[in-house]
Design a protein around this ligand. Sequence first.
Ligand code: AMP
Ligand code: MG
Length: 479
Amino acid sequence: MQFDNTYFSKLNDFYAECDADIPADPKLIKFNKDLATQLGINTKNMNLSSIFSGGEKPEGANTLAQIYAGHQFGHFNPQLGDGRALLLGEIISRKGKRIDIQLKGAGRTPFSRNGDGKAGLGPVLREYLVSEAMYALGVPTTRALAATSTGESIQRETLKKGAVLTRTASSHIRIGTFQFFASRQDNDRLKKLADYTIERHYPDAKNHENPYLNLLQNVANKQAYLISKWMGLGFIHGVMNTDNTTLSGETIDYGPCAFMDFYDPKTVFSSIDKNGRYAFSNQPLIARWNMARLAETLLPLINNDADKAIQDATKIIESFSDIYEKFWLKEMRRKFGFKTKQEDDAELFDSFFETMADNQVDFTQSFRALADVSEGNPDNLRNLYLDTKLLDTWINKFKKRSLLEVGLAKNIRKENPIFIPRNHLVEAALSAAEFEDDYSQFEELLDIVTNPYTEHPGKEIYSNPPIMINSNYKTFCGT
Ligand code: AMP
Ligand code: MG
């Protein structure tokens, strides 16, 4: 790995240097060869299990824990930071992109508070599966480079096997990173961070008449796009705190996330999200709220005249919903296979979601079945519904709209996955790995969800929702 560590060299007050724990008995569980190739990592003389468990510091790495603050469930915490993550450094990918390499679960840092700095095997494999599935589904995301087991036990409700995930990201700069300095009114460091972020992610903003306002606009666009991708897949992030919202616009923090099987806009999986703040249908609103928190931090950089700064930033925040709607419409046209734009499209899409919600049908299967509908075979879709009255009316509208398109079925199949990492499949794969040391289900599921648009003969069962609706399915943070 050829490191080129700008966060370390340019932002020296923004982190604490610290070392990983030496694991007792590290073993490589999974290494992402494709990603390693994209990153130009030459694994020849590398001891992968040792490096990716924290046991050996690779040459050129500057291990550090980043500092940040954040709004968690709406409450501001002025001091968070990487409590169980260590940045090894940055490398330049084959395509010339600067990429962070980070170990998650390699031990305590100065920001660990009461935590142990460790990660469990189950959650590490879960992040590996889901983040790689998201990548294959075309969603901006951090990725998984490696998973190792440490040979140690960690204390959760019961003793669990310890593991380390190696995560890659365009950067780990979060809204919370800006909030850390803004809340201390440290405008010098705030500016340094903003300039670094512009240089790394939005270099064109430098030429804008107001680079910091343009930074805000760029991040708003990226976040609006990201959420439209989530909404097009039935993905629920589960913990959209400002410390889990990246400036790059990549999905980060796969703790409590999950995909919906049966469509219900109010769906919440996270065990601690008691009021449904991060429910499926709330995600665009929360993204807007998070953008307002970023805007607040940038005010002193946007204009010395506070009123003028607020005015300019508010315009961007107020336009967020429109930006999001445009991306959503684009995402839906893609999913419905439409290449042309018609005025009533949004209405047609909304009414499809209404038919789904009334029947709690499977999100992923419904969209995929639209291809059959467009080929004159509506039964694959109709069979998912208990009551088809509303649906039949909708199908007639869809058929009329379809006459304006060519190659619809092909488009729909190209854009809608057969396979997503369904909760019951993920849980089964993780249990087999954790309790029986059997990684075959994990491997099989990973292969399927990272090739989600193609048939996998004999594996059709992986495209099905669970037989019973499990309304008690819960996910967890900080595991
Ligand atoms: P998360 O819910 O994963 O976004 O984590 C929120 C904060 O808690 C971050 O600052 C994490 O670094 C920290 N954290 C989560 N789990 C642990 C752990 N086991 N040990 C130390 N810090 C942790
Ligand atoms: Mg986090």
